[in-house]
Ligand binder design. Structure first.
Ligand SMILES: *Cc1c(COP(=O)(O)O)cnc(C)c1O
Length: 400
């Protein structure tokens, strides 16, 4: 019989009862080091007192009123994002896919309002992940995710990740913009070359296209800068965010320059509970922590320590790990073809370390941004045990 909870996931048989910082406890008392952070989302870890208090206090006062009224918490959070980024204006929603949908709508509207309704196509990249709504499935372009869901939504053209010639070839009279993750998350923790990002900015300027960045996974400090594109020294025209910005409370956002945002006039786009007082109280609490002086430098420092440790791990276990890739605290172990990332993930969990598999046989590490050296060392130790567990040693083979 089908489970009451629709079986769209192959869930691990673990149920967590309590969390503190980067640690989670199951109801039967087992402790796990959480280097998945609910897929790069629990940016402040579990039970962060400032976030917990902000949510509890706001929930007791007023959670939801709809966007028919002013929401001071949203006004404050938007102003803070504007002050800290390229953006002039922010729209709040509830998830990454929804933020991306709105971002593509904004790009299309910009061209329509500028007299070019025929320019609605986005250039996207192979290996991308933009979400599970009908249009974002098309933007993602992964045949496995699209199968069975009818004709793909029109307007998304795919080219190989990092290939500037292919980008130029794909630009036509119907092209509206380029949509890219600065680091492909689901696709295998694959960072775009910083030079490639700069060239995309330049080609957008050359052809009057909008650069639309999907920073749903890479943003809000995960890369060691507030936004990953800052490493390339470029600014997009519009950007989506979600995952980490609510610290585990559902919150998404579209950040846009005025030339894009000004066309989303009243009635053009909306959401019932996007940006409600409760979600924005969470968003403001995350902002308080991430924007505190020295916090992002700390993320960068701890990320570099983790990176160095992973390189040593890879050198110690060449039969398991082929390489290390990613940026900041979004890192991937590229595994040898003989080692399936799902098996490695299960082996890590058996050792007490939570990770997330990603495309191209990568094991993804995306710990809370609040980890310190102690958690880095604990994770490296557990990964070392995991590598030994998945290596079929001669002794064990002989014993069989
Ligand atoms: C997770 C993710 C999404 C989808 O976000 P949801 O909140 O699951 O809708 C979109 N883009 C990127 C880059 C993501 O990592």
């Amino acid at each position: 019989m089908i489970p009451a909870l629709m079986p769209t996931y192959n869930r691990a048989d673990l149920a967590f009862e309590r969390g503190e910082g980067a640690w989670l406890w199951t109801s039967d008392g087992r402790r796990f080091l959480d280097f998945g952070a609910g897929i790069a989302t629990s940016s402040l870890g579990h039970g962060h007192p400032h976030l917990v208090r902000a949510i509890a206090e706001q929930a007791a006062r007023v959670m939801h009123v709809s966007n028919l009224y002013r929401v001071p918490q949203a006004e404050e959070l938007a102003a803070r994002h504007v002050a800290a980024s390229f953006a002039d204006s922010v729209f709040f929603c509830n998830s990454g896919a929804e933020a991306n949908e709105g971002m593509v709508k904004a790009v299309r509207k910009y061209h329509a309002e500028n007299g070019h309704p025929e320019r609605f196509r986005m250039i996207c990249f192979e290996g991308a992940f933009h979400g599970r709504t009908l249009a974002m499935l098309s933007a993602t372009g992964n045949a496995k995710y699209l199968a069975g869901f009818g004709p793909p939504v029109d307007g998304f053209d795919h080219v190989p990740f990092g290939n500037m010639n292919a980008v130029r070839d794909a630009i036509g009279p119907g092209t509206a913009g380029i949509m890219i993750e600065p680091v492909q998350g689901e696709g295998g923790v694959r960072p775009a070359d910083l030079r490639f990002l700069r060239e995309l900015r330049a080609v957008c300027d050359e052809f009057g296209l909008l650069l639309a960045l999907d920073e749903v996974q890479t943003g809000m400090g995960r890369s060691g800068r507030l936004w990953a594109h800052q490493w390339a020294g470029i600014e997009p025209d519009v950007m989506s965010s979600a995952k980490g910005i609510g610290g585990g409370f559902p919150l998404g956002a579209i950040l846009a320059r005025e030339k894009v945002a000004k066309h989303l006039k009243p009635g053009t786009h909306g959401t019932t509970y996007g940006g409600n007082p409760l979600a924005c109280a969470a968003g403001n609490a995350v902002m308080d922590v991430v924007m505190a002086p020295g916090f992002l430098d700390g993320v960068d420092r701890v990320a570099r320590a983790l990176w160095r440790g992973l390189l040593e791990l890879a050198a110690r276990h060449p039969s398991v790990v082929e390489g290390v890739q990613g940026a900041g605290l979004l890192l991937g172990l590229r595994l040898r073809p003989e080692v399936v990332n799902g098996d490695m993930q299960a082996a890590a969990a058996a050792e007490g370390l939570l990770t997330v598999a990603a495309g191209m046989n990568v094991l993804r590490l995306a710990p809370p941004l609040v980890i310190g050296q102690a958690e880095v060392e604990a994770a490296l130790d557990l990964l070392d045990r995991t590598c030994r567990r998945v290596t079929p040693s001669a002794a064990r083979a002989a014993a069989k």
